[in-house]
Design a protein around this ligand. Structure first.
Ligand code: TXA
Ligand code: MG
Length: 354
């Protein structure tokens, strides 16, 4: 009997026939196939499968507007333990809970300060995570033993439906870190997730293909436990936007608040290639800059984004491309200015740190 292992299937409603046919052929020729997790195109069929997978305690990697998340039932300790294992993430680094709307905070959040309510009403669904005091019900395995919960309402049509349907069947939230191995570049497409995690997922886990992420960088994390908000991880919801909506000055980073955010580690979001923010590339080195910057002679252009928004959207793809092309050094000219440029610079500094 022949054995073919590790075959990955990508199915949507239209191709289930093909899959059945594949099964029949497989059995008639006595070949055993070990099918690892499937990639499903975002569709109603995928939605039903994904809700069921979450209810069964399996993992679902799903698209959000920021990056792809590796999701599991936030009340299922086995699912949560598997997320840590699949990511190889230390268990004292907490997970963000995803819910479908601001009305679903009660189980998780014990107190929502006035300014946090304004932020939530203005920016959810959207690329913003709030750190808020947690209720006693929230398990330590989610918060890494800290007294606060990280929570957000993502803005991606499939994922909002997934959360709503999951909640309608009794679920209270979905924990989802970015769907990459710990310390690595976050995935912004389903194939990135596959590249990162295929070896570690089980056959009942799913990867949902919702196309490229719109924002391309992880959510802004705002600590809302004190009198004024504090940005712990910059993102598409910028300092300027937060100050206008919260009607409060932001606390500066020097005003130390004891909280552990793995995205704040000096080295994070790292490709295999070494990233340089200064100096000039030699022949064969990678190069990333806005499209009005010329490519230095002999360098390999990895991305030419048209503006800052586009820069954020394709940065992680470009870093992955460098690894796929086995480029050892990548020289990057970050966009200047405030707003989203701050988040891009933050990720590049961490990606460049050894
Ligand atoms: O855009 C995003 O936020 C994506 C998508 C999937 O939602 N998620 C994401 O998750 O980036 P992750 O785990 O890769 O990064 C979340 C960061 C981590 O650094 C974690 O330590 C921090 O948020 N965090 C989560 N919950 C926290 C908590 N209760 N207290 C302190 N930090 C927390
Ligand atoms: Mg992450």
């Amino acid at each position: 009997m022949g054995t073919v292992e590790g075959i990955r299937v990508s199915v949507d409603r239209g191709s289930t026939k093909l899959l059945n046919c594949l099964y029949r052929n497989v059995y008639s020729t006595s070949v055993t196939i070990a099918i690892v997790s499937a990639i499903l195109k975002a569709s109603n069929f995928a939605l039903d499968r994904a809700v069921q997978a979450l209810l069964n305690g399996d993992l679902v990697a799903f698209p959000t507007e920021t990056v792809y998340g590796l999701g599991g039932d936030a009340l299922n300790e086995k699912s949560i333990a598997r997320i840590y294992k699949v990511k190889a993430r230390p268990t004292n680094h907490p997970l963000i809970v995803h819910v479908s709307s601001i009305d679903k905070l009660d189980y998780w959040v014990s107190h929502l300060p006035e300014y946090a309510l304004k932020l939530a009403e203005s920016f959810w669904p959207g690329p913003m995570t709030l750190l808020l005091p947690k209720t006693k019900l929230v398990k330590e395995i989610i918060t890494g033993g800290q007294d606060c919960i990280g929570i957000r309402v993502p803005n991606q049509p499939f994922t909002i439906s997934l959360l709503k349907d999951f909640e309608s069947q009794g679920g209270l939230g979905v924990v989802a870190p970015s769907a990459n191995r710990f310390g690595k570049v976050s995935p912004t497409s389903a194939s990135d997730v596959e590249e990162e995690l295929e070896k570690y997922l089980d056959k009942n886990d799913l990867i949902i293909d919702g196309g490229l992420c719109q924002v391309g960088l992880e959510s802004t994390i705002i600590d809302c436990r004190l009198s004024n908000p504090k940005i712990l991880r910059p993102g598409a919801i910028t300092k300027e936007l937060i100050e206008i909506v919260a009607r409060k000055d932001l606390m500066e980073t020097e005003d130390e608040v004891e909280v552990r955010v793995s995205g704040l580690l000096k080295s994070h979001y790292s490709p295999k290639a070494k990233i340089f923010l200064h100096g000039s590339p030699n022949r064969g080195d990678g190069f990333i800059a806005l499209n009005d910057v010329e490519t230095p002679l002999g360098a390999i252009r990895l991305a030419s984004p048209a503006d800052t928004t586009h820069y954020a959207q394709i940065l992680y793809r470009a870093l992955r491309l460098a690894d796929q092309m086995q480029i050892d050094k990548v020289f990057v000219v970050p966009p200047s200015g405030d707003g989203l440029s701050i988040a891009i610079y933050d990720r590049l500094i961490r990606a460049s740190f050894e």
